[in-house]
Design a protein around this ligand. Structure first.
Ligand code: HEM
Length: 151
């Protein structure tokens, strides 16, 4: 809701073409990155980006940073709901522990947005959000909105 409010051109694009809901959902999950990081312990010595990580070292994987990597994602700071590869992001993690609920999360959000677009022609964000007090969960506690009309 907030991303679409901050990017009215993308909101217009979505309302004109609801087929974009699935890619908008993925782009929102990338752009927002609901979980900022996870941690792993290295099982072997490894070198990444010119740095040595020793066996046993604890490593924080900043999904939120990977999701804004300009070497991998074009215009990563921009919210673009019709990206070519919208599911190409780190928000669900990577590897053997990649979020087992990722498809369910996408499906739930797809259905919610289908219903929102069917019911509410406009939703106005009327104030700033309050954030969850956490470095791990990048979430919102409150976001005030007005729904002026219903279909
Ligand atoms: C947008 C919503 C969601 C986000 C951003 C998200 C994100 C994540 C992340 C970052 C991980 C850790 C990945 C890693 O350690 O590499 C994870 C793991 C997991 N998620 Fe999600 N998740 C979401 C929704 C869900 C839902 C709806 C379910 C269940 C119905 C779910 C179940 C799990 C489980 C069970 C794991 C642990 C997997 C494992 O350790 O093997 N998640 N999720």
């Amino acid at each position: 809701m907030l991303a679409l409010h901050q990017n009215p051109d993308q909101d217009k694009k979505l309302r004109e073409n609801p087929d974009l809901i699935p890619s908008m959902v993925s782009e929102t999950i990338r752009w927002q990155t609901p979980l900022a990081y996870m941690r792993r312990s290295a099982l072997v010595d490894v070198e990444i980006g010119g740095k040595t990580i020793r066996k046993g070292d604890k490593v924080a994987m900043w999904y939120i940073s990977g999701n804004r990597d300009e070497e991998v994602i074009e215009r990563p700071n921009d919210y673009i709901i019709d990206r070519e590869r919208p599911r190409h992001h780190m928000s669900f993690g990577f590897g053997i522990h990649r979020c087992v609920g990722n498809r369910l999360a996408e499906l739930q959000l797809k259905i919610i947005w289908e219903e929102i677009l069917n019911r509410f022609p406009k939703i106005e964000v009327t104030g700033p959000p309050t954030f969850v007090n956490s470095s791990f969960v990048k979430g919102y506690e409150k976001l005030p909105v007005i729904i002026p009309t219903k279909l």
